[in-house]
Design a protein around this ligand. Structure first.
Ligand SMILES: [Zn+2]
Ligand SMILES: [Zn+2]
Length: 318
């Protein structure tokens, strides 16, 4: 076996290997439950609940929880913990880890290690969620889309944290946050129900808030984040030079809070701002800018026009 094939093998163990073990069976069954069951329940329940079981309070709670948890994933897990695109004082660092965990996309050490491996091997063998690993025939692309969107999460091999996230592994705060993922998952589903019940002072209010601001909100954010992995490596514009197939896909810009400007992100992963061209709305970048203004964050890596000119595929950045 060649050295690279050996490093890519799930069976290989060591500091340079990609994997560090397999997910235990109970945890693996839980992943299935959280990924597939809520989605199927939603497909069945949304048409039933629509029209009688959705109040303005549910909408407000769902939007509020979506914004906080989406920013936890985009500003926290992604731009800060994975790529270090800015520095944060400890209260903000802890707050971002909590908000990211509330998005129910996995414990922080798994998320960061998987995502750094994605950038290290983008669209090549070793990338945990490239849609391009099975070929370019229509059938291979359908299989690739499914794998990049959701199928990869069901792979039991765990990315090697010692290789891909040694900085977080060395931080006691982050090891604690990693362990709090289970309790925070319960909080993110139950707290909206408690809020809905208390504000409306009714059991029905608690139930509909649980459904819309809990289940529907978590599932919508799951699919928006997963679309960055699937759609934003297949469909869209590629204005900047990358060695992979990452794209900018504008229809997802607002819902993904700027993460859909994924082509620029792969061209220059440590930038705090991904939507760099005129009109490219990037809510996460604006939030990082606010954190800097409040003095909670510092040293953000903002785009430099000269550098953007160098990585643009065209001679001028429009
Ligand atoms: Zn990507
Ligand atoms: Zn990234």
């Amino acid at each position: 076996m060649s050295e690279s094939a050996e490093i890519l093998s799930p069976a290989r163990r060591g500091p340079k290997s990609l994997f560090s073990g397999r997910r235990p069976l109970p945890a693996h069954i839980t992943v299935y439950l959280f990924v597939i069951v809520p989605f199927l329940a939603l497909v069945a329940a949304v048409p039933v609940a629509w029209g009688w079981g959705l109040t303005w309070l549910d909408v407000a709670l769902a939007v509020g929880w979506y914004v906080v948890t989406c920013l936890g994933a985009t500003v926290g897990y992604h731009r800060y913990f994975t790529h270090g695109s800015f520095k944060a004082h400890r209260p903000l660092r802890l707050g971002l880890a909590v908000a990211g965990s509330l998005a129910v996309q996995g414990p922080i050490l798994h998320w960061v290690a998987d995502h750094r491996r994605h950038h290290a091997f983008a669209d090549k063998e070793g990338d945990p969620h490239s849609p391009w690993l099975f070929g370019t025939s229509p059938a291979a692309l359908v299989r690739g889309f499914w794998h990049a969107h959701l199928g990869w999460i069901l792979d039991r091999n765990l990315t090697n944290q010692e290789r891909f996230a040694p900085d977080l592994l060395a931080d006691r705060d982050m090891r604690v946050m990693h362990k709090l993922f289970g309790p925070l998952t319960i909080v993110t589903l139950i707290a909206p129900a408690v809020m809905g019940g208390l504000i409306s002072w009714s059991w029905l209010g608690a139930l509909t808030a649980f459904f819309w601001a809990g289940l529907v909100r978590v599932t919508l954010l799951h699919h928006v984040t997963w679309s960055v992995n699937s759609v934003c490596h297949m469909i869209g514009e590629r204005p900047f030079a990358t060695r992979d197939k990452a794209t900018n896909f504008w229809p997802l810009a607002v819902l993904s809070m700027g993460e859909a400007w994924h082509n620029l992100h792969h061209a220059d992963p440590t930038q705090a701002r991904h939507g760099v061209r005129r009109g490219e709305v990037d809510i996460s970048a604006r939030v990082i800018w606010l954190f800097e203004k409040f003095g909670w964050a510092y040293d953000a890596k903002w785009p430099d026009p000269e550098r953007l000119g160098r990585i643009a595929r065209f001679t001028t950045v429009p």
